[in-house]
Design a binder for this molecule. Structure first.
Ligand code: AHR
Length: 307
């Protein structure tokens, strides 16, 4: 009858949305905050088609495992994981596989059988390390010198690859010697602490610092200044990521070179997840390209930096 209300336009059923759970590591660095923000921004832009479930593991693998288990219980379409360390994932990824939920490793990888994950989207860490070594060699010139290394989180693929790449490339630069390597856990506070202890032990012998990320380097720069040396001059710096603060340091002459690692992975991640939901094939390895930036152009680069 005329009194009967017209049926509402059917809204997109929840289960038609792409439901994705992401187990993030935590908030250890500016780079990771930028990655999280980009994922959340992309999901918000696509709220009609994407249901994004985000878990912050506060640096703990056990929390990442709990998050994955809860995503499995919810029956999400795809699980994303940034593995804090490379080992210890077999059991939970086997559960995901048995539940028929594809897993994307985002930004870091894990040491598991190929059939336990669909793809790894992220940078080539060894290439970053080799590039960093070549840049350090250019900074130190023919004389070379002693270098200290601030390593990322022990057991993280980003730290393992960046260390291996740099170490391998030393074969081409015998004038450089890495005199000490210690973990600063990818954080500014620990980077500073470790650099303080390097400076106490080696003092003016140190000619260069290689840091696996910018946050540790920013801490190291503070330590270098407090010890009475000039970062970027007395002690050359090469770090990885490309956060704004390192560009500011480069523009101020307190840092030398940055090997970029792109955290803006939202589009890569969700488009890959959509393909997996649709049953399409995806490459087992998706390499995110990056560039090198040097102090000379930092002031010019700064206004264009996106993270
Ligand atoms: O896995 C990528 C690394 O993790 C970034 O270089 C670092 O800053 C982050 O914490």
């Amino acid at each position: 009858s005329a009194a009967e209300p017209a049926p509402a336009e059917p809204s997109k059923a929840e289960n038609e949305k792409l439901v994705v759970g992401f187990a993030q590591i935590g908030q250890e660095s500016g780079w990771r905050d930028a990655e999280t923000a980009d994922l959340q921004w992309y999901a918000a832009q696509n709220i009609d088609t994407i249901d994004f479930k985000f878990a912050d593991a506060q640096q703990k693998q056990e929390n990442q495992i709990k998050a994955i288990k809860s995503f499995i219980d919810m029956g999400v379409d795809v699980i994303g994981l940034a593995p804090v360390v490379e080992t210890g994932w077999d059991a939970v990824l086997t559960e995901a596989k048995e539940a028929g939920i594809p897993v994307i490793f985002l930004d870091r990888s894990a040491a598991v059988a190929d059939d336990l994950y669909a793809t790894f989207i992220g940078a080539d860490f060894e290439l970053e390390g080799r590039t960093a070594c070549d840049e350090m060699a250019t900074l130190l010139g023919a004389e070379g010198g002693k270098v200290v290394e601030l390593v990322g989180t022990v057991g993280a693929t980003a730290a393992i690859g960046r260390q291996k790449g740099f170490t391998d490339q030393l074969a081409n630069h015998p004038e450089i010697e890495v005199i000490d390597s210690q973990s600063g856990d990818f954080t500014r506070a620990k980077g500073k602490e470790v650099m303080e202890s390097f400076l106490k032990t080696y003092g003016a012998e140190i000619k260069g610092v290689y840091a696996h990320n910018d946050d540790m380097m920013l801490g190291a720069i503070e330590a270098i200044k407090e010890a009475g040396f000039k970062p970027g001059q007395d002690i050359k710096t090469v770090s990885i990521d490309g956060v704004k603060a390192i560009f500011e340091a480069m523009a101020a002459g307190e840092a030398n070179v940055n090997v970029e690692c792109n955290p803006l992975l939202g589009e890569y991640f969700f488009t890959t997840a959509a393909k997996l939901k649709a049953g399409e094939a995806v490459d087992h390895r998706i390499v995110v390209p990056a560039e090198v930036h040097r102090a000379e152009t930092a002031a010019e680069d700064l206004p264009n930096r996106k993270w």
